[in-house]
Design a protein around this ligand. Structure first.
Ligand code: PRP
Length: 181
C-alpha cells in the first residue's frame, strides 16, 4: 500500500471529543455497576486502545481479558465465518462481563462473541463499542454503550486500521475512498 499520512485525512472525531465521550461512558458504566466488579473483554487488536482509555474512566473494580477472532477479510466475514483464535484466560461464570470493541459494523463478530460468552454463563453480559455503524448491520445485535454512531464511512485511528496501519493515530479520521492498494 502507498502510505498516506493521517494528517492529510479529515478528522471525524478529535481526540478531545473521544476523551469526552469515553469519560461519559465510563461514568455511566460506573453508575450501572456501582458496588460490583466487572470483567472487560477486549477484542484484539482494534479494541486495545479504547479498552485502555475506557478502563481508566471506570471507577468500579475491573479486570481485563482479551479474545481474538480470525479475520479472513470482510468478504469471508460477511458469510458469517468468524472463528475464535484466542479465548479468554479466566473463567467468567457468575461475573459481570462487558465485551469491548472499537467498531460494531456488520455485527457478525459481536454476534458470534456474544453467543460464545453466554455459554460461559456470566451474571450479566453487555457490549461497549467506540463506534457503531448501524447501516451495515447484518446480524441482529446492538451495543449497550456507544461513544459515536456513524454513517457508512471507512475510518482509521484510535485502534482502527487500514492494512494494520494507523491504529496509533489519536483521533478518528476518514479514510479517502479512492486509495491505491
Ligand atoms: C474489526 C473490529 C471488529 C470487527 C467489526 O476487526 O475490531 O472486531 O471488525 O466488524 P463486524 O461488525 O463487521 O464483524 P478487524 O477484523 O478489522 O480486526 P482488528 O480488530 O484486528 O482490526
Amino acid at each position: 500500500m502507498s502510505y498516506i499520512p493521517a494528517s492529510e485525512m479529515e478528522i471525524l472525531f478529535s481526540k478531545e471529543q473521544i476523551a469526552e465521550r469515553v469519560r461519559e461512558i465510563g461514568k455511566q458504566i460506573s453508575a450501572d455497576y456501582a458496588g460490583q466488579s466487572i470483567v472487560l473483554i477486549g477484542v484484539l487488536k482494534g479494541a486495545a486502545i479504547f479498552l485502555a482509555d475506557l478502563a481508566r474512566a471506570i471507577a468500579v473494580d475491573a479486570t481485563f481479558d482479551y479474545v481474538a477472532v480470525s479475520s479472513y477479510g470482510k468478504g469471508t466475514r460477511s458469510s458469517g465465518a468468524v472463528k475464535l483464535i484466542k479465548d479468554i484466560d479466566n473463567p467468567i461464570e457468575g461475573k459481570n462481563v462487558i465485551i469491548v470493541e472499537d467498531i460494531l459494523d456488520t455485527g457478525l463478530t459481536l454476534s458470534f462473541l456474544h453467543k460464545l460468552m453466554l455459554q460461559h454463563r456470566p451474571k450479566s453480559l453487555r457490549i461497549a463499542t467506540c463506534l457503531d455503524k448501524p447501516a451495515r448491520r447484518i446480524a441482529s445485535i446492538d451495543a449497550d454503550y456507544v461513544c459515536f454512531s456513524i454513517p457508512n464511512h471507512f475510518v482509521i485511528g484510535y485502534g482502527m486500521d487500514f492494512a494494520e496501519h494507523y491504529r496509533n493515530v489519536d483521533d478518528i479520521r476518514l479514510m479517502p475512498p479512492d486509495l491505491p492498494e
